[in-house]
Design a protein around this ligand. Structure first.
Ligand SMILES: [Zn+2]
Length: 246
């Protein structure tokens, strides 16, 4: 400002414009240094935390199979919404995400040979195997006859140390983010976990049979919280040092 007072008005304006131009160039140079890789081999994509990871997301049920239904809530719809949000979070962190379904559909190839459920599950696992993923997450919601029970819970592939660690990380984040359960992760005897060839967990996002939790699970804001918690668990697990995370 003092420059304008000592010089002519015209010269002052010119000086200010020169300064502005110089500052703009410096800012652009700083931005380029920040955005561009230090070496030609690195890319911005390569800097993302899940850049080299492939993750299969399996929203349970779909199409002919609604999953569990209670309190006017269908499992197949809730888990698809959560999985689609989780896909977006993982992709934003650089992961390659392969979904077993992205719409309300089953995995049957008609005419179905043998029981529908078996063919549907076999085809899900074919998609998973073809993706050769680092992780597989199957997303479900629970229901039992008593309306009393509630709380999200993570099950992991039996005798798989990495799956156990992933389940613990996701369960920890579900407890922290949702703030409404103290459940612990457990090994699970599920087809999708038994057949998976990689680190695999199954997330039961809550109990549709509990009226209050059913309403939460149908709420898009709560679905986003569940997806965010699962995402943080995945990030926490994969961020561990290679000797313990691989
Ligand atoms: Zn289910």
């Amino acid at each position: 400002m003092r420059i304008l007072l000592v010089g002519s008005k015209k010269a002052g304006v010119k000086y200010c414009l020169s300064c502005l131009f110089l500052l703009t160039m410096l800012a652009a140079a700083a931005a380029m240094k920040f955005l561009l890789p230090a070496s030609g081999a690195t890319t911005v994509q390569g800097c993302l935390p899940l850049a080299d990871k492939t993750i299969v997301l399996d929203p349970g049920h779909g199409g002919y199979d609604p999953g569990v239904m209670a309190n006017n809530v269908e499992e197949k719809k809730v888990v698809l919404e959560i999985a689609l949000l989780l896909r977006d979070y993982l992709q934003a962190s650089g992961a390659r995400v392969v979904m077993t379904r992205e719409t309300d559909r089953d995995l049957l190839v008609l005419p179905a040979a043998g029981p529908k459920k078996q063919q549907d599950m076999r085809n899900r696992m074919k998609i998973a195997a073809a993706a050769a993923p680092d992780l597989l997450l199957s997303i479900h919601a629970n229901a039992i006859t008593s309306p009393r029970w509630r709380g999200a819970q993570v099950f992991y592939k039996t005798d798989h140390e990495q799956a156990k660690m992933l389940a613990e990380a996701v369960q920890q984040q579900l407890r922290r983010v949702l703030g409404n359960t103290d459940r612990l992760s457990k090994p699970g005897d599920y087809y999708v976990l038994n057949e998976a060839e990689c680190c695999a967990v199954l997330v039961e996002c809550g109990f549709i049979s509990n009226p209050e939790e059913a309403q939460l699970l149908a709420d898009p804001a709560y679905q986003a919280k569940v997806a965010w918690a699962i995402y943080l668990g995945v990030l926490q697990h994969l961020a561990q040092p290679p000797e313990t995370a691989q």
